[in-house]
Design a protein around this ligand. Sequence first.
Ligand SMILES: NC(=O)c1ccc[n+]([C@@H]2O[C@H](COP(=O)([O-])OP(=O)(O)OC[C@H]3O[C@@H](n4cnc5c(N)ncnc54)[C@H](OP(=O)(O)O)[C@@H]3O)[C@@H](O)[C@H]2O)c1
Length: 416
Amino acid sequence: MHAFKDMIRIYMRILTKRYVLSCNSHDVHCQPVTSEGVQIRSLRDCSLQSLEAIDETSSTNNHTRRIQRHSDSAMGLGTWFDVVDDVMLQRWHTRHLPTDPAEVLGPDVKGKTFIVTGPTSGIGTTTAETLARAGARVVLACRTVKRGQALIDSWNSTESEPLRCEVMHLDLDSLDSVRAFASAFLAKGEPLHCLLNNAGVFDMSGAFNRTKDGHESHYGTNFLAPALLSLLLMPSLKSAGTASAPARVVFVCSKLHQFCPRLSLDDLGFERRSYGARAAYAQSKLAEIQFTRELERRLGVMDGEDGSVRGDATVRCVTVHPGNIVTGVVRTLPYVVQVAYKIIMSRVLLTPSEGARASLYAATRGEALTGTGRAPYFTSECVAKSPSPPALDDEAAAKLWDATLATLGLPKDFKP
Ligand SMILES: NC(=O)c1ccc[n+]([C@@H]2O[C@H](COP(=O)([O-])OP(=O)(O)OC[C@H]3O[C@@H](n4cnc5c(N)ncnc54)[C@H](OP(=O)(O)O)[C@@H]3O)[C@@H](O)[C@H]2O)c1
């Protein structure tokens, strides 16, 4: 019994330590080490005594704290524990939130313009509908225009006045489609108050796919295309934002970014390592967070003391983990598995309406940008939390920025 209790205590200390270290780390990924300097990757690497020693040195003297670059294997147990906790207890964690997503909206939505990508399914549908019914002008950026139009028609059927919605074609599989969408929107000369990069794929079947431009599909669809869209739409965002009420770019990210220990910029297409859908998805989501942090830095958002930010940027970036939701994300699984998944998991998972709360909070609430630090990351609880330590690695984010500009064919000195 004692041994078991000790094991739990040690494990909790590893988890706690990881959080503490991650909060303090901006340049490197911190990993706890024993007093002998051995990196702790599992319970076998440590004893309670050595963990006590780490606490002692790290809290009293920063110089003695051993910081090491993150290693792939270090993600293991803690990440799984965290993700399982997030799935199984999310209803409990989010119990303070209203079930109606309209109730999390900020007060100044009416008359503002929002672009929502992926509005034809899941979280995106609720997000777009909630904004539109609250009086916002909503551009539904979707790859099947007919489906977007059908949604607007069905929403309008219960309204006395037509909603201010428009459908525009956008296929994130193709960077040309992104360019065409951006130039069509910019040509309207309309200010854009918020771009919600919601559309995304997670091919649970495990098949390796490429976008039309030849990029691994998770990386291309979830990250590269929305990154390009965000950069190209910057003039519209800047014309809408002010220092006191910045325009926003929201990326619907995922907690699963924690499964990616670092971006392999020399092998984003999994040419030299074995492919896994979870790894590819996690890579794309980690890239989203690193990119938003670097984008904010280049937009003039600087880290202040006490976790706040300095600067008078007129555009801010936010990432959210919406929770774990029953959506079309399982569409690539066999039909029987999809049905079973939906029946079994519907007791545990959130509904798309509940999943849209974090996006709507991040897109419209003033508190989402105050006292939350640079490029805040919100969880399904609508609370700003620290993403994984690699997501906070500014050096890696700068490298990703350069690589992304090169891939997107933008000049090295491109200024957002
Ligand atoms: N569901 C979850 O548990 C969960 C958890 C964490 C994060 N997320 C993230 O939340 C976001 C929304 O996911 P969801 O769960 O609502 O998924 P979903 O139901 O599968 O909806 C995805 C949306 O993205 C669109 N889309 C996919 N590929 C596209 C492309 N190439 N071009 C344009 N649009 C495309 C889809 O359009 P079609 O209708 O035309 O296919 C659909 O509207 C994603 O970024 C996902 O990674 C979801």
